[in-house]
Design a protein around this ligand. Structure first.
Ligand code: BTN
Length: 383
């Protein structure tokens, strides 16, 4: 995203997202806004969510196959097939066609039928899409946004096979342990304000985590990583399609390591999960709902409030150990790395770093903390 802000100053086109391959199921140009057609072949069968919803609504009872079949307007043998499918996805359903069905435990799947009722009254409640497995929720959201999907559309996956992070990094997205979520926003803001919006997203994630576990104090690493115990557990990838003065759409992709009991060897020194940091399992449904509600509040405040930008910069600064007085090494995309001490955010949200040569404004790239070492600086492992 920030690379594109630099591009603008170089007079390059201000289109943030790389052109995505055309999906023939989605019309390339939408004359009017309409419901998106997000890769229907991979969308989770909505009947699975409806069965879970019905079983959840009658959690203390055995629900007959006949009742489920009547509610879903399908046959009892189709109900049986869907129940088998749910079981293969790890949902614990007791019973069989002769007696009926009952949930043994509440499934922690991010299904629209489970999540959307918790999001009523927010911009995110109306269009929730779920995938068991997808390449990247950001890709599908960018495609849907280009095809005219409404603001507030939410794309969630249990697993991503090509999860993307900033700077071309991959995002490890193991099945049903993390939150992999992308939302479409169409803010009436100039592209120059989008950095502040992405800082607000980090604050929204932080607030959601603190709402569910007030003992945790996630640290914010500019521009929008969240850390616990110095290790990253959440990253945010903001992609934008904009004209020089107007944002067409933004996709905010949020990846949170939630219930990973351990992480792959190569990530272990630098990454953590909420389970590892807190010692207990989290409800991904509760966290996703808290996150989207908190994001709704931040977003509304940013586009409707009068002092929102100042408030976001102030709150980000106070929640981050990185914004002021931190020795850092900055690796800007394509430019030589440099070191210095952070000196706060400028009014647009860019990071200011005092170097031996003077004050530098960081527009993009990776910030790493350095620790004083005898004879030099050592990189810490929190990126
Ligand atoms: C980063 O820290 O580099 C950003 C990571 C963003 C990962 C999320 S997971 C949901 C969405 N889909 C993606 O492919 N990426 C984002």
């Amino acid at each position: 995203m920030l690379e594109s802000i630099k591009s603008l100053s170089r007079g390059e086109p201000f289109v943030l997202s790389p052109p995505l391959p055309h999906n023939p199921r989605i019309a390339p140009k939408a004359p009017t806004r309409r419901k998106p057609a997000p890769a229907p072949a991979y969308l989770t069968d909505a009947r699975l969510g409806r069965i879970i919803r019905l079983l959840m609504d009658h959690a203390t009872m055995v629900v007959s196959g006949t009742k489920l079949a009547a509610e879903l307007k399908i046959t009892r043998s189709e109900v049986w097939r869907l129940i088998q499918q749910l079981r293969s996805l790890g949902v614990e359903v007791e019973g069989h066609p002769a007696t009926g069905y009952q949930l043994r435990t509440m499934p922690d799947l991010l299904l629209p039928e489970v999540l959307a009722p918790l999001l009523r009254g927010t911009v995110f409640g109306a269009n929730v899409y779920h995938y068991y497995k997808i390449g990247s929720t950001n890709n599908v959201a960018m495609e849907a946004a280009s095809a005219g999907a409404p603001e507030g559309s939410v794309f969630l996956a249990e697993e991503q096979t090509a999860g993307r992070g900033r700077g071309g990094n991959a995002w490890h997205s193991a099945r049903s342990t993390g939150i992999y979520c992308s939302v479409i926003l169409r803010p009436p803001l100039p592209p120059s304000e989008v950095l502040v919006l992405s800082l607000a997203v980090a604050l929204a994630v932080r607030d959601a985590i603190r709402e569910l576990n007030p003992a945790l104090e996630p640290d914010l690493k500019w521009p929008n990583d969240l850390l616990l115990d110095g290790k990253k557990f959440c990253g945010i990838l903001t992609e934008m399609n904009a004209e020089p003065t107007r944002v067409r759409h933004i996709v905010v992709g949020i990846g949170i390591n939630v219930n990973q009991a351990s992480l792959p060897d190569e990530l272990r020194p630098i990454a953590t999960s909420l389970l590892v940091a807190s010692g207990s399992e989290w409800s991904r449904v509760d966290l996703a709902a808290a996150l989207l509600k908190s994001l709704h509040r931040e977003y509304r405040e940013l586009i409707e409030g009068t002092q929102a930008r100042e408030s976001i910069l102030r709150r980000f600064t106070s929640a981050s150990s990185y914004v002021r007085g931190k020795r850092v090494r900055i690796e800007e995309n394509g430019d030589a790395a440099f070191e210095g001490t952070t000196e706060g955010l400028d009014p647009r949200g860019f990071l200011q770093v005092r170097t031996a040569e003077g004050l530098r404004i960081v527009l993009s790239g990776t910030v790493r903390a350095t620790e004083p070492q005898s004879g030099g600086h050592k990189l810490t492992t929190n990126d």
